[in-house]
Design a protein around this ligand. Structure first.
Ligand code: DQA
Length: 148
């Protein structure tokens, strides 16, 4: 199975940005956890991070053509603003899991809407880096055709 993990703006700054919310582990640490999870579950993973909405839309579209079977996405701030990312996810109709490091349901009002989440089969929030692991394993369990 091939999974794509997408990360939106400012997630490359993990370990530097707002440590009281996002913790002190770095983006590199997150990449290591994702790769480790892929290895444990014997799946292929690609990770892409962009600070640009269009870059994320382009990568979602590419997933339709490159054999990707599931997407784990943390759209970061674009969660709350981007109809373009919602439309891209709907357009490729691949199973997608929305992940947030923090528990956005307990944060500011402007974070209470998730456009991308409307195209996702599951949302995981407030579990830190482990949310990515859970999201990947959910896709393996539910959508790995080879496991049937
Ligand atoms: C986030 C939550 C978003 O509201 C915020 O803009 C982020 C990160 C999270 O992982 O908790 O950049 O997606």
């Amino acid at each position: 199975m091939k999974i794509l993990v997408l990360n939106g703006p400012n997630l490359n700054m993990l370990g530097i940005r707002e440590k009281s919310i996002y913790g002190s582990e770095t983006y590199e640490d997150l990449l290591n956890l994702i790769k480790e999870t892929a290895k444990e579950n014997k799946i292929e993973v690609e990770v892409y991070q962009s600070n640009h909405e269009g870059g994320l839309v382009d990568r979602i579209q590419q997933a339709y053509f490159d054999g990707t079977e599931g997407i784990v996405i943390n759209p970061a701030a674009y969660t709350h603003t981007s109809v373009a990312i919602l439309d891209a996810l709907k357009g490729v109709s691949l199973p997608a899991v929305e992940v947030h490091l923090s528990d956005v349901s307990q944060r500011e009002d402007f974070r209470q809407i998730s456009y991308a989440g409307m195209a996702c089969v599951k949302t995981i929030m407030g579990k830190g880096f482990l949310g990515y692991k859970e999201g990947m394993e959910f896709l393996v369990e539910k959508y790995d055709r080879k496991g049937e």
